[in-house]
Design a protein around this ligand. Structure first.
Ligand code: HEM
Length: 397
């Protein structure tokens, strides 16, 4: 069995050489999860796309009815039926509802507001000549945007930062499970109250829109609504934070690319796509379950077994991308799968792209000399296989 240690510090810092080796030698292999269970992982681009498009691999666990059964706490039951865990037919229905709020046209209406928030945040640090990119800018931006979209009051936004931090860590670190469980309870109670308030008085926000859809006789249940909002908040900001963070790091590490982008700001779209490919924030997919016995690269995957797709590896596959380890913001063909592929393709991709474009564009314009106030080797990468990102990025400018 291939030995790959997802907890190992050197792997967390730079997993790409290891992925390159396994893509060659053992592209589909079994490994041990921190939970003690075994799972498969797919590392080549073609296999990744095939798995994500294959309806025999589903995201709803075979035992979901047990999870939702009476012996689990109510708050867990509530959020356990979300976009990533419901059956394929419920998923189609939920996707249709949420997709209405996430069209590129609707997202583009947010452009002015995202620019305003970006300018306010950068204004607060501009005169200090230094900042912690994550803390001061990359984290607050997406959380303010998603909270405003959903209609969550400004004064509650700090709570969300704390809750989502603990919940994300809990996914990766079983020893935090208890703390994460208690935070999840607060999170769900908060949503219950907020949604009840909106029910009394609808406003112009996403929660109200989803309630309106519900009121019109559609089939979004109360629990589905909580779960949907929960997933949007969780899925929507850890990722965007790290797209901005990883992006600025890649540009600082490749000064000639940074300069090119500063001289030709219209390259920003291509630059964001290259950042997503080169060091995207979603390293590995959510779990897929095999609904029947299948074979992949000579490995027998049995019904009920778990499987992951390593986006980070697929996006550096030389069979798909010439010189995959080169960071090139002018790359012409860039079919990366940093937002996934198939029916679970990221709902928030247009929003994430817009936020990153505005954020990175503004940073390079307002702080043209930005540089690291630390050795790159001292940066601490977050553990866990789902999210790729650095905890703190001290910058001088
Ligand atoms: C750079 C930022 C982002 C990245 C790299 C990213 C990446 C991904 C990926 C790879 C998936 C598919 C996972 C899988 O197939 O297992 C996904 C799904 C999803 N993303 Fe994102 N995401 C980002 C931002 C956002 C934002 C801003 C939102 C919402 C506000 C969001 C909401 C979702 C939701 C709801 C799903 C589940 C879709 C489904 O199951 O049908 N994401 N994302």
């Amino acid at each position: 069995m291939t030995k790959i240690d997802f907890q190992k510090e050197t792997f967390i810092r730079n997993p790409y050489p290891v992925y390159s080796e396994v893509r060659e030698q053992d592209p589909v292999f079994r490994f041990l999860l921190p939970s003690g269970q075994y799972a498969w992982i797919v590392t080549r681009y073609d296999d990744a796309v095939n798995v994500l498009n294959d309806s025999r691999f589903v995201t709803n666990p075979p035992y979901v009815d047990e999870i939702v059964g009476s012996h689990v706490p109510a708050h867990q039951a509530i959020i356990s039926r979300n976009l990533l865990t419901v059956t394929p037919s419920d998923h189609r229905r939920l996707r249709r509802l949420i997709q209405k709020a996430f069209t590129p046209r609707m997202i583009d209406r947010l452009r002015g507001r995202i620019e305003e928030i970006t300018n306010e945040l950068l204004h607060q640090v501009q005169d200090k000549n230094e900042m912690n990119l994550i803390e001061d800018f990359a984290f607050p931006l997406p959380i303010i945007v998603i909270c405003e979209m959903l209609g969550i009051p400004f004064e509650d936004q700090d709570k969300f930062r704390h809750w989502s931090d603990v919940i994300m860590e809990g996914f990766n670190n079983p020893s935090l499970m208890e703390q994460s469980d208690s935070v999840m309870k607060h999170f769900v109670e908060y949503l219950q109250e907020l949604i009840a308030k909106r029910r009394d008085k609808l406003k112009e926000d996403l929660i109200s829109d989803l309630l309106r859809v519900e009121d019109e006789g559609d089939v979004l249940s109360e629990h589905e609504l909580y779960a949907l909002v929960f997933v949007l908040i969780i899925a929507g900001h850890e990722t965007t934070v790290n797209l901005i963070g990883n992006g600025i790091l890649a540009l600082i590490e490749h000064p000639e690319q940074k300069e090119k982008l500063q001289n030709e700001p219209e390259l920003i779209h291509a630059a964001i796509e290259e950042i997503l490919r080169y060091n995207g924030p979603a390293e590995v997919s959510n779990i897929r379950w095999a609904t029947e016995d299948t074979e992949l690269r000579g490995k027998r995957i049995r019904q009920g077994e778990m499987l992951f797709v390593a986006f980070a590896s697929a996006n550096r596959d030389p069979a798909q991308f010439p010189e995959p380890d080169t960071f090139d913001i002018t790359r012409e063909v860039n079919n990366h799968i940093a937002f996934g592929k198939g029916v679970h393709f990221c709902v928030g991709a247009p929003l994430a792209r817009l936020e990153a474009e505005i954020a990175i564009g503004a940073l390079l314009r307002r702080m043209p000399n930005l540089r690291l106030n630390s050795d790159i080797i001292d940066l601490e990468w977050r553990p866990g296989m789902i999210i790729r990102g650095v905890r703190e990025i001290p910058l001088l400018f």
